[in-house]
Design a protein around this ligand. Structure first.
Ligand code: HEM
Length: 197
């Protein structure tokens, strides 16, 4: 599902209203083409088919697990609820080995970690919708790991605070890091057989 709106004005998820979070608008707008691309790629996996669903989860694992290891969500002072373990458990239940994982050598700046966290934590927002396509008797813990109520809103507020404190070069680093994180997901989807149109 594309995030593009008819008016081409970024829409803040309901959880984040009524405040207008400017850096959220900026990062959302600047990564919208990246989101549309991963949406189109991951949309090619038929989640009702056990093998294709395992491919989908493998592609997510090849991106999410290295990012969570590199990032250490707790280091940002956020309520950390990483999803690597539930993703591993879903794959195991499907009889699928964990994919090869390449440790990340990304710059270990705080801004980069916030940019990457925006992408992986934001990706929970589509999970509930995608879950509707997954049969009830499949392992569903990963896509079912939606944000506890209020968490996304709190994340965006903390991101805004740090962006204000960090200024324009911090913000630029965070944007580049977010795009880099989307690219990792894009490449993982392609490695599992999805194709760019
Ligand atoms: C088939 C695949 C996907 C679908 C259907 C999907 C769908 C969605 C939906 C419905 C939202 C909520 C939009 C809103 O409330 O305004 C969302 C937000 C988001 N998704 Fe996805 N998504 C997919 C894949 C991904 C992937 C692979 C990533 C990156 C790892 C990702 C990152 C994000 C981010 C960062 C947001 C938050 C955007 C914001 O700032 O409001 N999504 N997605």
């Amino acid at each position: 599902m594309s995030l593009t709106t008819e008016t081409d004005v970024a829409v803040i998820p309901n959880e984040a209203t009524p405040e207008r979070l400017d850096f959220h608008q900026t990062i959302r707008r600047s990564t919208r083409p990246c989101h549309d691309e991963v949406d189109a790629l991951f949309g090619q996996f038929d989640l009702a088919d056990r093998s294709a669903y395992a491919d989908f989860l493998s592609a997510h694992a090849a991106a999410l697990i290295p990012v969570e290891e590199w990032l250490q969500l707790a280091s940002l002072g956020l309520p950390a609820s990483p999803r690597s373990n539930v993703l591993r458990a879903d794959l195991l239940a499907l009889g699928r080995p964990q994919p090869a994982l390449n440790p990340l050598t990304w710059p270990n700046r705080e801004a980069d970690r916030w940019g990457a966290a925006y992408v992986i934590e934001g990706s929970r927002l589509g999970g509930a919708m995608l879950l509707r396509n997954v049969p009830q008797d499949y392992p569903r813990a990963y896509l079912g790991s939606v944000h506890p109520s209020g968490n996304w809103r709190a994340f965006l507020a903390a991101l805004q605070t740090r962006a204000n404190e960090g200024g324009s070069s911090w913000q630029e680093d965070a944007l580049v890091a977010a795009q880099r994180t989307f690219t990792l997901y894009r490449d993982s989807a392609i490695a599992m057989g999805a194709t760019l149109g």
